[in-house]
Design a protein around this ligand. Structure first.
Ligand SMILES: Cc1ncc(COP(=O)(O)O)c(C=O)c1O
Length: 348
């Protein structure tokens, strides 16, 4: 007999974005800069010293203490997991569930909706229109849904705009919902909601090492929250969820945080260059505070996406979320050169 999975599971495609072998990959907002040789040496050293026959520190104490020094947030309010996706999943396991509504302001990061569904939570979407700024009318619509969890993504993926911190404040003070502020791109721009966490214990800031730290492959994310939120995460996490190797990598990354900071200026410069040059080609572009740019080419987006791919450049087709739009990550100068040349050819 075939086992029958939960209702609607098979309506859902596995999460994926195309990963064809191309020379210029600008589709997943990774950092184009690999960690330094010094970083790699230190990581190899740290890996050699890891006691792999033992389970890792369940509390990831050393990593959380280093994060406390890095962020200025108290260690009891810090939690780390395998990428910010896992942190978000754990927050939903603790605060979502049947009958416990999650609100998302869309278009936004698709995993907020997907992980809510995985955690059996009903999702209520508040649609935003260009330029996708959350205003008081959207906040009121969110509150009317009587949510248990509200996601605010700032800077927002895929649109690139940052949201006003006052929106988070209003949501947190007018409801008992957990307000999850996804700050995956905060190092590139926008104002952090972190100062609100002390005053509003229902605000959680989620961050990642995947973007500005250039460590998407290491899978490290964390959140900054009230101590009781972290206590509840301990109740839903898997035992020993964060491997000793991951914890070691996070510690080395924080020792090299200055190197990560030093490349932000270059990435922002390539982002701003993308906005200006794509616009000069007659496409509509949207201002970005992140490490990517959303744009609407003057030809059908899927056709432009294919044209770029044929020239060895991979970007993200966002047409399902934002009609007619593609999203391109700010790469190295050489990668951006290649993208702009290919785009000029495709639009000619
Ligand atoms: C807004 C947002 N949040 C979270 C993530 C996931 O990051 P991580 O690699 O930490 O799971 C991404 C990745 O693209 C993202 O865009």
């Amino acid at each position: 007999m075939n086992a029958v999975p939960r209702a609607e599971l098979r309506d859902l495609d596995p999460y994926q974005s195309p990963q064809p072998p191309v020379s210029v990959r600008l589709n997943t907002n990774e950092s184009p800069h690999a960690p330094s040789d010094a970083f790699r040496e230190e990581l190899a050293d740290a890996a050699r010293r890891v006691a792999l026959n033992r389970y890792p520190d369940r509390e990831a104490e050393a990593l959380r203490e280093a994060l406390a020094r890095h962020t200025g947030h108290p260690v009891e309010g810090i939690w780390a997991a395998n990428g910010s996706n896992e942190v978000i999943e754990q927050l939903l396991l603790a605060h979502g569930g049947p009958g416990r509504t999650v609100v998302v302001f869309e278009p936004t990061y698709a995993l907020h909706r997907r992980l809510s569904w995985i955690a059996h939570s009903p999702v209520d979407s508040v649609p935003l229109s260009e330029p996708w700024r959350i205003g008081s009318e959207h906040v009121e619509r969110a509150l009317a849904a009587d949510p248990r969890v509200v996601f605010v993504c700032s800077p927002n993926n895929p649109t690139g705009n940052a949201q006003p911190v006052t929106v988070v404040q209003r949501l947190a003070s007018a409801s008992e919902a957990l307000v999850v502020v996804d700050e995956a791109y905060i190092e590139f721009g926008g104002e952090s909601a972190l100062p609100l966490v002390r005053e509003h214990p229902n605000v959680v800031v989620v961050r990642t090492f995947s973007k500005a730290f250039g460590l998407a492959g290491a899978r490290i994310g964390y959140c900054l929250a009230a101590p009781e939120v972290v206590e509840d995460l301990r109740r839903v996490r898997l035992p020993y969820h964060l491997s000793a190797l991951t914890q070691a990598a996070g510690l080395v990354a924080l020792r090299h945080a200055d190197e990560a900071g030093a490349i932000l200026t270059e990435i922002r410069a390539q982002r701003n260059r993308l906005v200006a040059e794509i616009r000069a080609m007659g496409a509509e572009t949207f201002a970005s505070e992140a490490n990517f740019v959303l744009f609407r080419p003057p030809k059908p987006a899927p056709e432009v996406w294919r044209g770029l791919l044929e020239r060895g450049v991979l970007v993200r087709d966002m047409t399902e979320a934002v009609p007619g739009c593609l999203r391109v990550t700010a790469g190295t100068r050489a990668e951006v050169d290649r993208f702009l040349e290919a785009l000029a050819e495709v639009l000619r």
